[in-house]
Structures are given as C-alpha cells and as structure tokens.
Design a protein around this ligand. Sequence first.
Ligand code: CO
Ligand code: CO
Length: 321
Amino acid sequence: MGPGDLSNLMKTIKYKKSARVLVGYEESDDCGVIDINGIKLLQTVDIITPIVNEPYIFGQIAATNALSDIYAMGGQPVSALNIACFPIDCLDINILREILEGGRSKIEEANLDIIGGHTITDKEIKYGLSVLGVSERKIFTNNSAKAYNDIILTKPIGGGILSTALKAELINVNHKNVMIEYMTRLNKYAISALDFECISTVTDVTGFGLLGHLYEIAKASKISIDLYYNSVPFMEGFFDYVSYGLIPAGSYRNREFVVKDVEGDNERILLLSTPETSGGLLIFCDNSRTDEVIKRLCDVGEKAVKIGETKPLKDKLIFIK
Ligand code: CO
Ligand code: CO
C-alpha cells in the first residue's frame, strides 16, 4: 500500500490510547512500544510476497525484513510468530516448508524464539513475522532527529529496481546474488556497532524508499535534510535496469507522497523513491562522531556511508544536492 493512502486511512479511525503506549502508530514509527511495569516492549509485523524464486531465500529475506523494524528502534527481538499465506490446493507443501526453514535460519541467527504462528490458504504466497522485542535503552523514534546530525546509510539502495529486473528475467546473476546478500543481511550487526549516546535516531529503508523514510523523520522531527545525491550508494546494475524502464509502480506512489516537500530534479526524486525490501538503516548521529560511527559500522561488515545531514527546518523537508 502507498504511504499516502495508509496515513490518510489511519487518520479516519480513532483508536483510544492508554497511558501504556510510549510509541503509537501516529508518526509511522518502525514499531509500536508499550510500557509494562517499566519494561519497554516493542511490537511489529511485516509480511511480503516473494521477490525471488527460491523459497528458502524468500523465507530468509522476509524474516530479515520483519526483524529489521525491531533493530531500527534500537530494540532486541525476543520472540516471533510465523505468518504465512499459501495456495495449498495448487502448490507442494514442501515449498512452504522451505520458506519456513529460510525464516528459521534468520530467527536462529537473530537469537529469538518462534512461539507460534498462523497460516491462511490464499491464491498468492506471502510470508513474514510478527515480532516482539524489548529495549532497556534509548528508543529510536522518528521524532528525535536533531539539526546538524549527519545521516549514515548502511546498505546501498536498489532492491526494488533489481527485484523488478529479476521478475522480468533480465537480471544479471551477479547482481542478483549481491541483492540477495544485502536483503538477507540482518540489521542486527549495524545496530550492535552503535554507541547509542551519539545517535539521535535510526530507521530502516523499506517500502517507502529512501526519500519516504527520510521524509518521515524530517516531518516528525521538524528538521530539514540535505541529501547528497552523489554520495548515495546504488546497487550494481541499478542504472542499467532503470534505463530498460524496470521501475516498480510503488516508486511513483512513493514520489507522489514526498514530492511537494522535496526540492530536486524530478528524475532523481523518482530514483530515490524506489521501494526497498529489507534495506539498510538510516542512522542520524552527532556530526562530531561521524567518522567513528562509520568506522565501527564498517568493522562489523556494513557498507556504511554518509549521505546527508540535517538542518533547522526550512521551506522544504528535503533538499537533494
Ligand atoms: Co521500518
Ligand atoms: Co515495517
């Protein structure tokens, strides 16, 4: 679903909110957070349709993606429920088994427990997790970025473009393998490399694209962002597939959502609006600590680069430079 449709819909339903809620759905944060007797519990759910043909790898990507929202809030995943939709009447159940096995491999790597799940017969395969996490530290909400933070991205963008090329059977196998490597890389390693003291906030880059997720932070934090286009890392092959016209429809919806608050070339706005699945983290850090943060991230194997910085609020939320 497009970001605009979703936030408009949610505005029309008035949920009651108890004092337990620390982070609700209002600012489109990665997880909801509630306080139970002083313990901060994080909760999120994410299910996706297949982006690769291999069921095991799809399961890995879906689980990595679902866990990411817990890491993006600075939390630690504790337990999860499997959620699967599967056309049991026309597909071999072993395909579902492989999907769940792929998920299991990431659950194990992330060190949490599966304590249940739910499966629905459906025409189209879908898989993901509902995840419960805890936090004893700072919670990274969308409204806590500060002016003069540097912005670091931990994975190159291009998941939406490359997976569209894969669906069209036009992808180069090396490009596909690199895409899978990024999509199955848990954001756990990036978050564990951070000294929370110098970090204002974090989010992950997923369906709304790089600009969509930057926009949500800028809007909630009431700051503006200078984004350096030439510093943004793109996956290898990205521009080839764009030149073949392999741009997923979600990119246009995403652009529509941000365009009035972004200053920059229209083509660049579109490319930076392409959706990601299981993308990297956007980390907002004290600008005096940037080099150290990037070094720590690179030491654990991230491809971390500075892509921009925050400024006091101006007439637009994002300026592409
Ligand atoms: Co998220
Ligand atoms: Co999510």
